[in-house]
Each structure stands twice: as structure tokens, then as C-alpha cells.
Design a protein around this ligand. Structure first.
Ligand SMILES: Cc1cc2nc3c(=O)[nH]c(=O)nc-3n(C[C@H](O)[C@H](O)[C@H](O)COP(=O)(O)OP(=O)(O)OC[C@H]3O[C@@H](n4cnc5c(N)ncnc54)[C@H](O)[C@@H]3O)c2cc1C
Length: 261
């Protein structure tokens, strides 16, 4: 039996770019450069390693996002994923984490899966909740924040490193896992991989393909609402201490004035 691995990947605004809110207080994703969320590259990497160690496996990457989100899928395909699914619909604009988990769960079910792998968090919303929400909706176990993961005889196993201890965890498939940025370097796409990705299938689904009503997602279906957004004040240059013999004393006085000491 082929091991069906689905990796959820998010398309996020480039953190080095000019990120701002649109008039409706959602993040403006239209005129900004975006990319595959860096923390999801680790999820793609672990999926590829599990597939390489399995007799027969298939890696599908899945994203919910605007048209440009295809770039995130293309990156994951060029790393080595086999195929991709893009859920795109104008009614998804402003969808919150609960709505995103609904769309992902329905898409994963429709695609067919044994293991869902996600990043520990996205690099824009950074909530770190979607994998758990998806597992709840699918009614399967979740093993999150793994720094090491493997699949053996229908069981996913992994190690989660905490501050005080490391846990060895396992769950029967089907299951949902998330991996951390400590799970191992993500491979760079090779030129061969980039060329091969151009020919790999990308399925496009909208809400009707997933039997989801527009009211359940988007700004109208959101459980949270951004009331207001104010730009953070530009960073000031800060206090510069020129050490002409009294640098240490000046620094101590500054720290004391800021009540740091
Ligand atoms: C600055 C900011 C603040 C926000 N605040 C809130 C809020 O307070 N409450 C709220 O409900 N929503 C909020 N959102 C919206 C939320 O980001 C989106 O709904 C998002 O799709 C899910 O949340 P997340 O990015 O934090 O995901 P996380 O829970 O951090 O994501 C974990 C993993 O889930 C997968 N994943 C997440 N989104 C997608 C996707 N679209 N496609 C495929 N895989 C995905 C990825 O593998 C990712 O690594 C916010 C968005 C932004 C940009």
C-alpha cells in the first residue's frame, strides 16, 4: 500500500518586503512579494525523507491561498514533492485559523491521506494552531512540534524536545504531525528538481469542490475580527555611547535609567 503523505504549506508575504494591512484590515497579500513559509520547508523536507525511506510513498503539497500561492507549491514540487493541490476562492479572503482548518481538513479528506505533515507555525500569522485544528476536524491523533519523525509499520514516531525533557511519541496512522525548525536542514531545489516541477500536476479546487459554504470562511465566517491596526513607530537610532574612558559608567547609568538594573 502506498503511503499517502499530505504536506500543508502556506504562502506568506516576504518578511523583508513592505508588509501592511489592506483597507479591510486584512494583511495585504496582493501587491507584495510572497514565498513558501520557511517553517513549512522543514515539513516538506521531513515528508520527502519519510517517502525516501518507505517502500512506496507519494508526497502531495496542499495550500489554501490566493493565485500567487502557486509559487509556494512550485517551490515544494521543486524540492521533490510529487503533486500539488491549490485551494483558491475569492470567498476565502480574510479567513481565520478556524476557517483555514476547515478548508484544509476537507481538502485532505478529498485528496486521501495516511499522514498530514505541517510546519510548527506560519511565519506571518504565527499562531501554531492549525495542525491541531485539522486533526480535531479529521478525528485523528496529532503529534506536534517534533524535532525527529519517522514512519514504521503504520505508526508515526517522533521526538519532541521540551525545556526540561525530550518525549518519544507515537500514533497510529492516519495522523497529523507538525515538525519544528530543529528537524533538520531543508534541501535546496536542484536545477533538475526545478525543471521537473514545471511538469508536475497542480490540481485547483474551490469551495464548491469541497462542499464548503462561503459563510463558513472569509471575513464573514471568521471567529476573530481585527478592530484596528496601527503602524508600529519607526525604530529610533537609540542612544550611542562613545567610550572615552567612562563608557562603562555611562552604560550602567543608562541601564539604571531604564530600570534594567
Ligand atoms: C498578522 C496576522 C495575525 C492573525 N491573527 C489571527 C488571529 O488572531 N486569529 C485567527 O483565527 N486568525 C488570525 N490570522 C489569520 C491566520 O493567519 C490564517 O487564518 C492562517 O491561515 C492560519 O493561521 P496561521 O498562519 O497563524 O497558522 P499556524 O497555526 O501558525 O500554521 C501552522 C501550519 O499550518 C499550515 N497552514 C496554515 N495556514 C495555511 C494555509 N493557508 N494553507 C496551507 N497550510 C496552512 C502550515 O503548515 C503552517 O505551518 C492572522 C493572520 C495574520 C497575518
Amino acid at each position: 500500500m502506498s503511503l499517502r503523505i499530505v504536506v500543508t504549506v502556506k504562502y506568506v508575504p516576504d518578511a523583508t518586503g513592505d508588509r501592511h494591512f489592506a483597507d479591510d484590515l486584512t494583511v495585504d497579500r496582493d501587491d507584495v512579494d510572497g514565498l513558501l513559509s520557511e517553517l513549512d520547508e522543514y515539513a516538506v523536507e521531513q515528508a520527502l525523507q519519510i517517502a525516501e525511506n518507505a517502500d512506496d510513498a507519494e508526497v502531495t503539497v496542499l495550500t489554501v491561498g490566493p493565485e500567487d500561492a502557486k509559487d509556494a507549491l512550485r517551490k515544494a514540487l521543486s524540492m521533490g514533492a510529487d503533486k500539488a493541490i491549490h485551494v483558491e476562492d475569492d470567498d476565502l479572503h480574510g479567513t481565520d485559523a478556524i476557517g483555514t482548518s476547515l478548508v484544509l481538513a476537507k481538502a485532505v479528506e478529498k485528496a486521501g491521506y495516511d499522514l498530514v505533515i505541517s510546519g510548527m507555525a506560519s511565519t506571518d500569522g504565527t499562531m501554531g494552531v492549525v495542525p491541531a485544528l485539522v486533526a480535531e476536524r479529521l478525528g485523528v491523533p496529532q503529534v506536534t512540534l517534533l524535532s525527529e519523525v519517522s514512519v514504521e509499520d503504520g505508526t508515526v514516531k517522533g521526538r519532541r524536545d521540551g525545556d526540561a525533557a525530550s518525549e518519544q511519541l507515537e500514533a497510529q496512522l492516519p495522523a497529523v504531525v507538525s515538525v519544528t525548525d530543529q528537524s533538520g536542514e531543508a534541501r535546496y531545489p536542484s536545477f533538475k528538481g526545478i525543471m521537473a516541477a514545471k511538469k508536475k500536476p497542480v490540481q485547483s479546487w474551490d469551495l464548491s469542490d469541497l462542499d464548503i459554504d462561503a459563510e463558513e470562511v472569509g471575513l464573514d465566517g471568521a471567529f476573530t475580527k481585527v478592530e484596528a491596526a496601527t503602524e508600529r513607530p519607526a525604530r529610533t537610532a537609540g542612544t550611542i555611547v562613545k567610550d572615552e574612558g567612562e563608557g562603562g559608567k555611562q552604560l550602567a547609568e543608562f541601564l539604571a535609567s531604564q530600570k534594567f538594573i
